[in-house]
Design a binder for this molecule. Structure first.
Ligand SMILES: CC(C)(COP(=O)(O)OP(=O)(O)OC[C@H]1O[C@@H](n2cnc3c(N)ncnc32)[C@H](O)[C@@H]1OP(=O)(O)O)[C@@H](O)C(=O)NCCC(=O)NCCS
Length: 319
């Protein structure tokens, strides 16, 4: 019998503080209309000083565990995707494990920038399919506001904070149909964020991006991954009920929807009020659409993301 990874719980967390475009326009030379027209973003959430990637991950994870009706101790693998870990080590996944009171399971972080949660789903799916794990918790959590240069109008308008979570369980019912992940290290210069511990005089520890060039590669690459995913499943684009994309720019999302010949009514968009929450964005959007009843059991959902590296990937799911 085929063994699938079935989604049994989702969760999300957004900090309380809402930072609007108008607020940002008071400190850098930009405007609400420029930001909204070019990106689709109106506001983003900003974590409070006491919050961290692991504290936000805990809230999202507890929600996902509650929906899945499984005890924390039943989880046998924790994967956290983050580019903004609390510490270099222990991993944010280990800090989350402690917060949840889980003993005796493996916990580790992965770093694939904005594609992190798709990479996490892919890894988890392999563990479940091989029988190495039965219940896996995957969390994408980011405090982008701490690695953004708030004087740089080309980047500070884009990012936000938050965490999304998912619980997968081994099942004979589908499940994740396939995952596809890729990386190309050639593109470091277009999008990167130096560490705090390297020479900060030469390399400010903030996100640096050549937005226009990233944009073009993202649109092309995401178009290709749609084809790759449908081909691998011998599926026509008309069979996909929902697109849950990484939330970087509404124009990138619209280009992927067009490729699928899908109306924007079937695309989950959270960008307007959340900005780009990096590895949290796909799981936050998925959680929102599951909880408000848009995504129903039995429907086919395409998740995709693109990020620094470059990294990109997709997951096709029968929910
Ligand atoms: C960042 C992004 C919104 C910029 O939009 P764009 O249409 O490409 O704009 P450009 O970078 O070409 O800049 C156009 C002009 O607007 C200016 N500009 C940049 N940011 C601005 C801002 N916040 N407000 C006003 N003007 C701004 C630029 O300086 C430039 O001015 P110039 O023509 O005088 O040189 C867009 O490129 C983007 O979303 N890129 C992809 C980002 C992404 O997906 N990143 C994450 C991947 S995970």
């Amino acid at each position: 019998m085929m063994r699938y990874s079935r989604i049994i719980g989702t969760g999300g967390y957004l900090p309380d503080d809402i930072r609007t475009n108008d607020f940002i326009s008071q400190t850098v030379d930009t405007s609400d209309s420029w930001i909204f027209e070019r990106t689709g973003i109106k506001s983003r959430r900003i974590a409070a000083d006491h919050e961290t990637a692991s504290s936000m991950a805990e809230v999202a994870a507890r929600q996902a565990l509650e929906m899945s009706e499984c005890l924390a101790d039943e989880i046998d693998l924790i994967i956290v995707a983050t580019g903004t870990p609390d510490l270099t080590y222990p991993s944010t996944a280990c800090l989350l494990q402690k917060r949840l009171g889980i003993k005796n399971c493996a916990a580790f972080d992965i770093q694939a920038a904005c594609s992190g949660s798709i990479f996490g789903l892919s890894i988890a799916d392999q563990y479940i399919k091989t029988g190495a794990a039965k219940k896996v918790l995957i969390v994408g959590t980011e405090i982008c506001s701490r690695i953004v240069d708030w004087t740089d109008r080309t980047t500070c308008i884009l990012f936000g904070d938050g965490a999304g979570a998912i619980v997968l369980e081994a099942s004979d019912q589908a499940g994740i149909l396939s995952t596809h992940i890729h990386s190309d290290g050639e593109f470091e210069d277009l999008l990167y964020c130096p560490n705090l511990y390297i020479n900060t005089e030469q390399h400010a520890p903030y996100i640096s991006m050549r937005g226009n060039e990233v944009f073009k590669v993202a649109v092309n690459t995401l178009g290709r991954i749609v084809d790759e995913t449908l081909d691998a499943n011998n599926m026509d684009r008309s069979e996909v009920d929902w697109l849950v994309p990484h939330q970087a720019n509404i124009r990138i999302i619209a280009a992927t929807a067009k490729k699928l010949k899908m109306s924007m009514d079937h695309v989950v968009v959270t960008l307007e009020s959340q900005g780009n929450t990096s590895s949290a964005s796909v799981l936050l959007a998925f959680n929102e659409a599951v909880r408000d009843g848009r995504i129903q059991r039995g429907q086919v959902v395409l998740l995709e993301a693109f990020g620094a590296g470059f990294t990109w990937g997709s997951a096709l799911i029968k929910f």
